[in-house]
Structures are given as structure tokens and as C-alpha cells.
Design a protein around this ligand. Sequence first.
Ligand code: C2O
Ligand code: CU
Length: 553
Amino acid sequence: AKVRHLKWEVAYMHWSPDGAEGVVMGINGQFPGPTIRARAGDILHIELTNHLHTEGVVIHWHGIRQIGTPWADGTASISQCAINPGETFVYRFKVDKAGTYFYHGHYGMQRSAGLYGSLIVDVAEGEREPFHYDGEFDLLLSDLWHKDSHAQEVDLSATPMRWIGEPQTLLINGRGQFNCSLAAQFSNSSASQCMLRGNEQYAPQILHVLPNKTYRLRIASTTALASLNLAIGKHKMVVVEADGNYVEPFSVENMDIYSGESYSVLFTTDQNPSNNYWISISVRGRQPRTPQGLTILNYIPTSPSTLPNSPPPISPQWDDYSYSKSFSNKIFALTGSPKPPTTHHRRIMLLNTQNYIDGATKWAINNVSLVLPPTPYLGSIKYGLKNGFDRNTPPDHFNHSYDVLKPAQNQNSTYGNGVYMLNFNTTIDVILQNANALATNVSEIHPWHLHGHDFWVLAYGEGKFTEKDEEKFNLKNPPLRNTAVIFPFGWTALRFVADNPGAWAFHCHIEPHLHMGMGVVFAEGIRRIRTIPVEAIGCGLTGKMLMKNNVHK
Ligand code: C2O
Ligand code: CU
């Protein structure tokens, strides 16, 4: 194992991710940020300098559990203070488990601003993956708005709320086409054929393959909003990894991927080698107003500029939820993976609702809409700062009589920033309960992501969860994940062990939903943390405390 030293500078820069020039957040002049490649057991040492002129920044390492380094999780107000302009913060942590991960901004809506990149962890030296492949590619999926993220924040917080609408473009590795279409020849819209030289910032990244080989595709979605379906024209895929955990291999023609998820799939180049093939991503779960994102699978020696001779894959209907559920229900842990404890110590039921607060639209969990405090929880809890956040514990349950199939009778909600304090080393069940949103007959998909842990996905179900649904829990081979979706009007049951001292976000990975309050904070074992690096907590009440020099190392 090694220590890998990286020096990064975050800055806004002009870029044309889809052919229309805008401003994105880049790292070292790159968009998306540089891909990190490491081996399991390595230490990443990243010196991050904030070159934004007037805005703080943090970076979260999505899927890395930060065992023993909770201050390196990169969540503003939770694990650390935002890094001020001109300042440098060192993220130093171990990547303990091989898998496909990514990183992204976790302050305001900086992920929407384009602050993201891939993080790939290979197996440790001398170890082998439980499957074979000849080559691999890495696809980081995202969505792009032409309106900048600050304007989006203002819109979403306005009274009445102004919804940001659907993305203009889907991006694959930061590249998409807004002004033209790669597949114009097949579309009946007026889209013009892209005339690309190949060196444009928005030219697709073409995947060059040899016939009769097996490739691994690492796919991660950091979309702000879009749920996606990915397909490779005429090729089947075998899913082998999800969120950095091996799964029992299964074969699919296309796959759903929600924001915050990552997968590895294998495919074999067994098709006619004198053609090229489309790789497509399409919007699911919301009525699509965004064209498919496309790139090309190029069979060497066919020319990479030869367009495929058949149209891009047709994705399932956007609202075919039973199709989506059947995909999710095919995911099981690879035989031999760690099994969940058979019982739980505490069950937290989290009702997801859309509400109004003083006329503004919010999302709330058990009727609390999260607003982050100025002092990072990690410091407030560690140093017992009573005013760091709301000391009333948020509720573990919601009203039994709540009808999840109808709009709420009382649509009002309240702001809060309390913490779910978990007893160290206990087993926690979380039941995420979806409900009707503000409008009748509307319930949305929400991909929930947990920091600091993986969880087992025990079951998905319809309607309101009841105690007897426990019978449906899969305790035999449930997949370990860090992100799981709740389907419209349904529930999802998760289990994890609170064994990682720290303060951890658990939230919907849809960026505007989180901005509108859709998250909670868990904390466990904080007393076991010996020292928090002062650089992480030099703001808010912990900042004042440090100034008074009340802290001795
Ligand atoms: Cu990828 Cu809290 O996020
Ligand atoms: Cu959501």
C-alpha cells in the first residue's frame, strides 16, 4: 500500500460540456476533475486549494467510508467547515475497499456546478477480482443545466419555489451534445448531425474495443436530478459490482442507475466487428425533456467516425416502474459476502414528504426539513456545544394514521437540524417510507445515500410499511450498498451497523431535493474520536472555542 499525494486547485472556468459555453467548477483546469486511481489499502493525501474567488468549498469522497477519519468526509456543516478562498485543506484517508466510486462537491449545490470526478480503487497488490476482463472503461454520468447553480439555489428557495426543470443535456464523462445530435440521422426531430473534429470539449469520448474480448465498464452517476437507464446497442451486460461491493452476476439488456449509485458491468465484444454501436443513457422516472446522452463503442479496426448503422437503444418507458423495480430486485450480494445481523436494536422510520414552509416548497423527513447549522456537527457533538444544533432528537416514527397514498392533510412543515444519535455498535434499521407529494397522484423516486457506512438493502415494498412486512426481509443475501432508491408510493428497508465514529449525512442524492431539506444526520461513537484536526472545525462555535484556546490537544 502507498500514500498517493495529489495537489488540487478548484476554480470556476469557462467550459463547453455540451457545445454551449458556460461556467463550471473544475479541478486543475479539468472538467470533470481528474480521475483518482488507487489500490485497496492505499492512503490518499489530497491537498485541496480553494481558488474560487468568493465561495467556500469541500469535496466528499462518495462511497469511501472514512473509517477512523470522519473529518475527511468532505461534508460542509457536518464533517468540516467549508474551506475558505485561498486556503488549503488536506484530505487524508484510506481507501480500504476495491470498487467504483466518485467524488463531488458537498457544499450548497456545487455538485450541480460540475465539481465531480471518478475515484477508482483497484484490488490490493496480489489480489484478484472475482471475474475476468481484458480491458476497462470508466463512465461518469451527469446532467447539465445552462442556468448556473447559484441561480438554481435562489429559484429553489424562492416563495413560491421556482422549479429548475429538466436538464438541458446528459453528460458522459463531462461530454454531451446540445446543439446537435450524434444520432440525428435516426431522429425525426429537427436536430442537426454533429460535425465534430473530435477535439471539442463536447466531443464524445469514444470507447475503442477489440472484437471477442471482455470489457469492464465502470459506471457511476453523479446526476443532480436525472435517474438514468444505460444500454449498449446489441450487447448484453453482466452486472458484477454495485457501490463498491460485489454482486451475484446477472445479465441485462439495459440497466437503471440512480444518482449516487455506481456499478461495474462486463460485456463481450461478440457483435459484427465492421460496425460501431451506440452506448446510450436516457432519463427514467420523470417525463424526459432531455435527449439521450450518447457515445460510441468502436470496434477496432472500424473507423471510430463511422456512425452505428442502427438507431440508439430504445430505453424502457420513463414511468415503467415495475421494470425499474425488477432491475433493483435482481441485485443480490455475491456468495460469501458479509451477511447482516439477524436482528436490529433500533428501527427508524423516515417518512418522505413534500411540504410548504411559509409558502416555500420543501422536502421533509418526519415533518422536519433539514437546514444545516453553521458549526460542523462533528465538532459541536465532540465538544458538547449546546447551541451548535437543535438538541431535540428528531422523531423515530411518524403518525400511524398517515395516508401515504394521498397528499398530506396538513401540508405545513418546519425547519430543523437535530441529529439521530446512534448507540455505538448497534444495528440500525431504517425504513424509508415514500408518500404522495403535494400534488395528487404524484410520488417521486428518491435515491438515498448514506455516508460513513454501507447498508444492506433488505427489501423494497409497496404502500405503507407494516410490521408484518418484516417477513419480506432478505437476510440471506441482501446487497451491500451506499445508495438505495425509494420507488413512488413505496418503502425501502435498510440495515447497517453504527460502528464508525463520526457524524454522517443520510440524504436524497437529488441535489435540489437536498437543497430543499431532504436529509437527516446520524452520529455515533463521537466520544471515541480522540482529536479532530483543528483545520476542520475553525468556523462557527468550534472556531470561537478554538480562539478562546479552551482546547488542549
Ligand atoms: Cu454523493 Cu452526501 O453525497
Ligand atoms: Cu429526492
